[in-house]
Write a protein that binds this ligand. Structure first.
Ligand code: GTR
Length: 326
C-alpha cells in the first residue's frame, strides 16, 4: 500500500514536471562560468522564476552554469549570434569590443563598492547598458563582482616592488594586460577555466580575483598568497542576445527587463554572504592574506593606463562624472 502510494506520488510529480516543462513555449538559455550555487547563478535563476510566474509559464530561463556553454569570450560571441540567449559575464571581456565598458573596468576608478553602486545604478550605468545595443546585445543589469586582488603561488606580496617580473593571468582585455605591465609584472590573458592548471604547472605565478572566485575556482589551493590591493572593482553584467530579444513581444521584453532589475538586490544580498563565506573558507584552508598594503603607489602607477584608454571626450567625460559622484 505504502509502495503504491509513493509510486502514485512519483507519477503525479513527474506529470507535474512534464506539464511545467511543456508549458514553456520558450526557454531562454543562460550562460555562466561559475558553479551552481554561486550568487550570479542564483540571481539569474531567481530572475527566471519571476519571468516564468509573470508569463504564466510561457517564458522560462535555464541557467547553464560552470562554463557548460564555453568560456566568457566565446559565449559573448555566441550571444551576439543568438545561439545563447542570456549571458552573465564580467565587464572585462567586453573591454576590447565596447569602449564604454572600459570606464568602470579602469583600475581604482571606484573608491568603494558603494561608489560603484551609485554610479552603475544611475545615469552612467544606463549609458553603458545602452552601449550594448550596437553590438547585437541588450544590456539588462549590473551585478557585483566585489574587488579583485592579486594572488600567487610564490610569496606574499607586500608592496608593488614584490610584483616585479611575476607572471599573472588577466581576463581577456588589453587594458588589464597594460594594468599589470604598469605594475612591473607580466600579464597573460587566459580563459578562466585554464587558470588553475596554469598556476599548478607554473606557466603563471598567479592571477587576480575576488574572494568568491578565488574560493570556488579552487585557485586558493594552488596560490595561497593573497594580497588585498583591490585594484579593480569591476561590475558584472547580464546581457541578452538582440536576436532573442527581438523574438519577444513588447510585454515580454518588459517582463524580462523588470525581472533583471529585481534580481539585482537578490544578487547583492547573496554576494555579501558569499564573500564572507569564501573568506572564512580560504583562511581556514591556510591562505596567507596580506591586508596591510599601501595602495598609493599602485594608484599612481595607473596613470599610463588612464592616458592610453581614456582618450575620447566621451570617455573623459564619463571618468570625470564618476570621480565627481559622491
Ligand atoms: C570572476 C567573474 C567571472 C569571470 C572571472 C574571470 O570574478 O565573476 O565572470 O570574469 O572572474 O576572472 O575570468
Amino acid at each position: 500500500m505504502r509502495l503504491m502510494k509513493s509510486l502514485t506520488g512519483m507519477l503525479l510529480a513527474t506529470a507535474a514536471m512534464v506539464m511545467t516543462a511543456n508549458a514553456c513555449e520558450t526557454t531562454l538559455k543562460s550562460s555562466d562560468t561559475h558553479p551552481d550555487g554561486y550568487p550570479t547563478v542564483e540571481a539569474v535563476e531567481a530572475m527566471g522564476k519571476m519571468i516564468e510566474e509573470r508569463t504564466d509559464g510561457r517564458l522560462c530561463v535555464e541557467v547553464y552554469h560552470s562554463a557548460q556553454l564555453g568560456e566568457e569570450k566565446d559565449t559573448i560571441e555566441q550571444t551576439q549570434f543568438g545561439a545563447i540567449d542570456l549571458n552573465r559575464v564580467s565587464l572585462g571581456p567586453f573591454n576590447n569590443i565596447i569602449e564604454e565598458t572600459q570606464v568602470p573596468s579602469l583600475p581604482y576608478i571606484f573608491r568603494s563598492v558603494d561608489h560603484m553602486h551609485k554610479v552603475m545604478d544611475g545615469e552612467i550605468g544606463q549609458e553603458i547598458l545602452d552601449a550594448f545595443k550596437e553590438h547585437d546585445l541588450v544590456g539588462l543589469a549590473f551585478y557585483d563582482g566585489g574587488s579583485r586582488s592579486f594572488y600567487n603561488s610564490e610569496k606574499p606580496i607586500k608592496s608593488m616592488e614584490d610584483l616585479k617580473g611575476m607572471k599573472f593571468r588577466v581576463m581577456q582585455s588589453d587594458m588589464f594586460v597594460d594594468m599589470v605591465s604598469a605594475l612591473g609584472a607580466n600579464a597573460t590573458p587566459l580563459p578562466y577555466g585554464e587558470v588553475y592548471s596554469s598556476i599548478q604547472t607554473g606557466v603563471i605565478d598567479g592571477a587576480e580575483n575576488n574572494w568568491p572566485s578565488y574560493d570556488t575556482s579552487g585557485h586558493y589551493e594552488v596560490a595561497k598568497y593573497y594580497t588585498l590591493d583591490q585594484h579593480l572593482i569591476v561590475p558584472e553584467v547580464l546581457v541578452m542576445s538582440k536576436k532573442s530579444w527581438d523574438k519577444l513581444s513588447a510585454e515580454d521584453q518588459e517582463v524580462v527587463r523588470q525581472a533583471a532589475r529585481e534580481s539585482v538586490p537578490v544578487m547583492r544580498e547573496l554576494w555579501v554572504a558569499q564573500e564572507k563565506k569564501s573568506e572564512d573558507k580560504v583562511r581556514a584552508a591556510g591562505s596567507e592574506i596580506v591586508t596591510d598594503i599601501d595602495k598609493t603607489p599602485f594608484i599612481e602607477a595607473m596613470k599610463p593606463v588612464y592616458e592610453k584608454y581614456v582618450k575620447s571626450d566621451k570617455l573623459k567625460d564619463m571618468v570625470a562624472r564618476i570621480q565627481a559622484t559622491e
